[in-house]
Design a protein around this ligand. Structure first.
Ligand SMILES: Nc1nc2c(ncn2[C@@H]2O[C@H](COP(=O)(O)OP(=O)(O)OP(=O)(O)O)[C@@H](O)[C@H]2O)c(=O)[nH]1
Ligand SMILES: [Mg+2]
Length: 350
């Protein structure tokens, strides 16, 4: 049995974290209101402490654990697929059209664009040929093709990492969370840099985190500052570079950021995206930001929605792996390494 405690702002946030970390079978053991001292030393009233528990698969014998893992995986999608075929069983035997409609409905409910759904259905059809498809095969193929689309990042701790993306998605907060994780938990020497000298207060926002963590902080005002600022951080194992939020509709602005990024030459560029963004906007963001040659995606604000189709949309149109997800405003707690199996479950639903 795994028992885990969560300090959250509301129950929705708790449910997202619990579902993501402990799985759908987790149960809530207790919940209570507490006063919590936040990372920044602010007292934030009205936090909720939620304790949840779930079966610990690792504790079971390995043979049992392996088979129960498979069983669980199958069982988890079984419900959904049974729903796809249940009432229609007679008609659907051999008639792929009805199944197609059901898959479509389920994914459309989760706000997955039709183009992606058609793509998945086509892949399933191709693999299955013209033969009849049963519920078990269908669920396997559905997982298989979704898995091909949603990849997780290789999790290498690259030295210079830049964070780009639209305004207000949580870039600076994510940089602060990662800086804390690297310096507090991974014992790395971290340096923070911002090139966001455009938005009022942006420099101070990141500088405050650097001061709390007692780590070097640099500001790049113009391209000629870059060698100096990077040189000041030559002792650092990890350098995180925050950037100005840019509308994906403004190619000029993105090109401006590109000039800085090209000169900084990061080892890793993360596109930061909020899952609360409209589907059509996600498509244009991941496409227009390709100009910056980002190599992974960070998805933010998973705590703010129950509809997770945007995870699939971002992965599908970007063809990039997902490195982290963030699930709240708390620094440094509300960030997790992306796990494709968990993300797929969120997208496909129960
Ligand atoms: N609910 C929720 N809020 C978040 C999350 N990440 C960031 N935020 C909030 O989103 C707001 C914007 O965060 P910032 O980090 O300033 O966003 P940004 O992308 O740096 O914004 P600009 O620099 O203005 O483009 C803040 O109120 C954050 O606390 C998250 O995972 N969940
Ligand atoms: Mg910012």
């Amino acid at each position: 049995m795994i028992v885990k405690r969560y300090i959250v702002d509301n129950m929705q946030e708790a449910m997202v974290k619990i579902r993501y970390e402990l799985g759908n079978d987790a149960v809530i053991v207790s919940q209570r209101k507490i006063r919590q001292k936040g990372f920044l030393g602010f007292f934030k009233p009205k936090k909720i402490e939620v304790t949840a528990a779930a079966d610990d698969k690792d504790k079971k014998s390995s043979k049992h654990a392996v088979s129960s893992d498979i069983e669980k995986e199958i069982a988890e999608l079984k419900n959904m697929v049974e729903n796809l075929v249940k009432n229609n069983n007679k008609e659907t035997k051999g008639t792929k059209k009805s199944q197609k409609i059901r898959i479509k409905e389920n994914l459309l409910n989760n706000d997955v664009p039709e183009e992606i759904i058609e793509n998945i259905i086509e892949s399933i059809k191709k693999e299955n040929g013209d033969g009849k498809i049963n519920a078990k095969n269908l669920e396997k193929l559905l997982i298989k093709y979704t898995k091909e689309l949603i990849k997780e990042d290789d999790k290498t701790d690259s030295r210079v990492q830049a964070f780009v993306g639209p305004t207000g998605v949580g870039k600076t907060t994510t940089v602060a969370k990662l800086a804390s994780l690297y310096s507090l938990y991974k014992n790395k020497k971290v340096g923070l840099i911002t090139i966001d000298t455009y938005r009022i207060g942006a420099v101070e926002q990141l500088k405050a985190y650097a001061e709390i963590l007692n780590i070097p902080f640099g500001v790049i005002y113009s391209i000629k500052d870059i060698p100096n600022v990077l040189n000041q951080m030559k002792e650092c194992d990890i350098i995180l570079v925050d950037s100005t939020g840019r509308s994906s509709k403004n190619a000029m602005q993105i090109a401006e950021t590109k000039k800085f990024i090209e000169e900084i030459k990061p080892d890793k560029i993360s596109l930061v995206l909020s899952v609360t963004t409209k589907q059509r906007d996600i498509k244009s963001i991941v496409e227009n930001y390709k100009m910056l040659d980002y190599n992974n995606i960070i998805l933010t604000k998973l705590d703010e929605t129950d509809i997770y189709g945007s995870i699939l949309t971002a992965a599908y149109y970007s063809k990039k792996p997902i490195s982290y997800i963030t699930v709240g405003q708390n620094v440094p707690d509300d960030i997790e390494e992306a796990n494709s199996d968990k993300l797929i479950k969120l997208v496909l639903g129960e």
